[in-house]
Design a protein around this ligand. Sequence first.
Ligand code: UD1
Ligand code: UDP
Length: 362
Amino acid sequence: MLRITTIVGARPQFIKAAVIGRAIRERFSGKVSEYLIHTGQHYDENMSEVFFREMSIPSPDLNLQIGSGPHGETTGKMLMGIESALIANKPDLLLVYGDTNSTLAGALAASKALIPVAHVEAGLRSFNRSMPEEQNRVLTDHLSQFLFCPTQAAIDNLAHEGITHGRNGYRVFRTGDVMLDASLFYREQVAQRSNSIIKDLDLSGDFFLLTMHRAENTDDPVRLRAIWEGITRSDMQGVFPVHPRTRKVIEQLGLKPSRNLKLIEPVGYHDMIELESTCSFIVTDSGGVQKEAFFFGKPCITLRDQTEWVETVEAGWNVLVGANSDVIGAAMKRPLAPAERPLLYGDGHAGEQIVETILSAI
Ligand code: UD1
Ligand code: UDP
């Protein structure tokens, strides 16, 4: 029996871990077991618990309940908590996802304890080292033994940093993206359900979906005001599930939404899928939501100067508008309309492929 410890802490990690956890339970039970540690980085009901419930993720075996705080302090506390659990449980492998502080804490704790690290969503780069996510990704990749890359661009990025398959114990695999697996699996559940957020919000006709939480936008009032001005120029109805970090800043700066923009609490994954698959286009600074726009065939306007998901831009489905109000306003008037949607993120079975690869390689 291969014993894996998985670290999650933030919203996108619950979604990614749901895919691999389900693969382990349904396809590899008896061969692989999973011990789930929640760092507690996200803790509001609609930032954490809702995903466990809707996506049938088993309750964490351990919740470190670290909560919010400065990066060093929270990452340090996570490191201590994860290290104790690793010493007690001695797993064969530690699995981490993405690029949050929880990811880095997990990778560092395991690496010091000489436990192999598997990184899902390895090799992504924005080449902007001022982003906490970029720091976390680079460090985590260099600490990992198994690097599961969703795209060829990710494989190439790792190669430029000297991380290639077989070198210095690195094992690099292109597996596709577990978020595609999630969107395909859970869209079926959404199609079957009786409730509807579109009805609850009384939405009829065209609307755009907005999400925004990146520190580079929320923590820079000049940037945030410019983005706000660009977005609120649109006459179309908009729905904006507001991340708690963004809600605080909107209140502090006294930003007023336009009449046609509905600010709502963060939604669960089912509601999010319904919104993404029904809207006309998406405006976001989220990594995951840029990809989901592509999965659901919706043009994406990205409120950033760089993206890790370069293929969506190259394929004509995503445009980077930074924080320039005129560019944002113009992009929202004429969303992209590409003719084709290439297969960029695998075949929807990345989760199973990752577990299979670990089993055969360890
Ligand atoms: C984190 C990740 C980011 C990821 C995002 C997903 C890091 C450095 N950043 O950003 O990469 O894209 O999660 O959503 O790890 N808060 C609450 N309730 C919660 C969670 C957060 O009120 O349940 C508020 C707190 O005021 C907190 C702030 O949001 O200080 C930021 O939370 P934090 O986890 O530090 O960063 P995110 O912006 O969520
Ligand atoms: N998401 C959600 N509800 C929301 C906003 C986002 O379920 O109110 C989902 C979204 O569909 C995607 C993931 O959360 O699967 C993305 O997380 P987020 O944008 O917080 O982080 P990032 O991907 O930028 O790290």
